[in-house]
Design a protein around this ligand. Structure first.
Ligand SMILES: [Zn+2]
Length: 130
């Protein structure tokens, strides 16, 4: 699969996930609103929440984590964020930059070697060794 196709599939999946997330969170928030409206019926409400987060694996080595905001009385998740320490696009970019930097250094070294050789040739020519 080409990078372009891969990126398009990732984008499509991300858009579907975002739509699903929006729908589920809207339902949860509506349920929390309904629970508070039964008690207060204010336009703006202060809700009691707790926050917790976890990583995909233990030992601080995981690249993926999630933070969750839970409304205390209903137990519903009213917000969350999935975080990643890894970005495929950034890793590709990093590899390309490193390879171009390595290429540049090799080119610089080759140019420096050619320059030294030319200088040596000129010295040998002046000394009559050619
Ligand atoms: Zn990135």
């Amino acid at each position: 699969m080409s990078h372009t196709s891969w990126d398009k599939h990732l984008k499509d999946i991300d858009e579907e996930n975002q739509a699903f997330k929006t729908t589920v969170l809207a339902e949860a928030r509506k349920a929390v609103r309904a629970a508070y409206d039964a008690m207060h019926n204010d336009e703006i409400i202060d809700i009691a929440v707790s926050y917790d987060g976890t990583w995909h694996t233990r030992g601080h080595r995981s690249l993926y984590g999630i933070g969750v905001v839970v409304q205390i009385t209903t137990g519903l998740v009213v917000d969350y964020e999935i975080l990643s320490k890894y970005c495929h696009m950034c890793s590709i970019q990093k590899a390309e930059l490193l390879s171009s930097a390595i290429y540049s250094k090799k080119t610089e070294r080759a140019a420096a070697t050619r320059s030294k050789k030319s200088k040596k040739d000129a010295e040998m020519y002046q000394a009559g060794q050619f």
